[in-house]
Structure formats: structure tokens, C-alpha cells
Design a binder for this molecule. Sequence first.
Ligand SMILES: Cc1cc2nc3c(=O)[nH]c(=O)nc-3n(C[C@H](O)[C@H](O)[C@H](O)COP(=O)(O)OP(=O)(O)OC[C@H]3O[C@@H](n4cnc5c(N)ncnc54)[C@H](O)[C@@H]3O)c2cc1C
Length: 223
Amino acid sequence: MQQQAGSMESKQRTQNPQLEHASSYYAASANPSPLRETLKEDVTTDVCIIGAGYTGLSSALHLLEAGFNVVVLEAARVGWGASGRNGGQIVNSYSRDIDVIEKTVGKEKARLFGEMAFEGGKIIRERVEKYNIECDLKNGGVFAALNAKQMHELEHQKALWERHGNDQLEMLNQNDIRSMVDTERYVGGLLDKSGGHIHPLNLALGEAAAVESLGGNIYEHSA
Ligand SMILES: Cc1cc2nc3c(=O)[nH]c(=O)nc-3n(C[C@H](O)[C@H](O)[C@H](O)COP(=O)(O)OP(=O)(O)OC[C@H]3O[C@@H](n4cnc5c(N)ncnc54)[C@H](O)[C@@H]3O)c2cc1C
């Protein structure tokens, strides 16, 4: 009886397309992941996290690793928001160039921002390895230049980021970039070996599984 009620309930819960993953290549190629329970009763925990995107799941992992109990409440599904439908790029930079940031906040704070830019990729790689997350992690990212002016700008960017500790950068000439990107449009580029790409939804699903493997509880459809 109880089981029947449960399966009817999950059927009802999945009937609202707004609460399911948006239709995308990533949703279509997602690793299998369970439909988690809706929270219906009072529970006690050290920390309650709202939202099972990268912010919530990563915080949950840090807290669990530090010995706290954690409950994650997700209004829709794990990775339903930006975390399950972004470009999947690991890019070590900000929406402003680091020299622009430096002018605004000063050298010392810019140095901290510079260091922080590399932390995200490092944390992702550590997690993928530690928790065996299958998210098609590929290393390396290319910034392509269409003309000499853009090449010059990339050389400037390389010098800037090297000042902030990135020793993984390499200028690419026309032949180099053609061996990586199958087009004759580019005159060269900049390879960042510390950049990369992941399947964004599978990273979120893998982090959720890691949270549960450490004893954390995740509830879906639980705004
Ligand atoms: C189109 C696009 C492309 C992007 N490309 C990249 C990229 O290539 N590389 C990169 O590093 N970043 C990229 N980003 C940025 C990146 O996706 C976000 O910074 C990141 O996913 C934010 O994670 P989050 O956990 O803070 O938010 P989200 O992933 O949006 O998670 C928030 C979660 O909270 C849930 N929620 C909200 N309210 C409640 C509530 N009341 N109760 C319970 N749950 C709730 C939501 O359902 C959602 O699942 C991109 C973003 C977009 C939109």
C-alpha cells in the first residue's frame, strides 16, 4: 500500500516539467541519478543548505568533510539551476581583466583575487578524483585570436596572469592552433593548460552523490 502511494507520488512529482531539468544535451546525457524524497517532516541538522547547485553542494561537501551534519533542500532537482545548464568551461579569470580589478581594489586584494581564480579549477579536479565523479573532465582551454591585434592582447593577458602565478600558459602560432581547432580563421591563440571543460550537470550529480556518501541528506522538490 505504502509503496503504491510512494510511486504515485513520484509520478505526480515528475509531472511538473518546470521542476525537472531543462531539456538540453546535458540533461539528455546525464548519468543516472535517483529522484530524491520530498521533505515532509521536521529534521534536525547542524547546517541546512538551500539549493543543490555548485554553491550548495560544494558547501555541503566542505562541511561534511569538516564533520558537520548537513541537509540540502532543493526546490526542483539537483543541478536544476545554472549548475546543470552552463557552458562547463573551467576558465581561470573574471568578467574583468585582473589589471582592471587591480586598479579598483589595489595590488594586495588583486593578488588574493588572482589566487582565488585558480582555486575553483583545483577544487573541481580534487573532487572529481577523490569522489570518482564521471563528468568528462578535459584539461586545457584555448583563447583564439582572429588578427594581430587580438594576438597582442593575448600576449598582454599571458604576462598579466603569469604575474599572478599561472605558469600553465603557452602562446600558439597559426600552425599550433590549427592542430587544435579545425579552422583557418585564427592567426594564433593562447593555451591555458590549467583551464578545462566538464559536463556541468554530471558534476552536480556527482557532487550530490558524494554528499550522500558522506552521510549528508538531500531532499528534492523541497522549496
Ligand atoms: C548560460 C550560462 C553559462 C555559464 N557558463 C559557465 C561556464 O562555462 N563556466 C563557469 O564556471 N560558470 C558558468 N556559468 C556560471 C555558473 O553556472 C554559476 O555561477 C553556478 O552554476 C552558480 O551555482 P549556484 O549553486 O550558486 O546556483 P544554481 O546552480 O542556480 O543553484 C541554485 C539552486 O537553488 C535552488 N533554489 C532556489 N531557491 C530555492 C528555495 N527557496 N528552496 C530550495 N532550493 C532553491 C534552485 O532550484 C537551484 O537548483 C554559466 C551560467 C549560465 C547561466
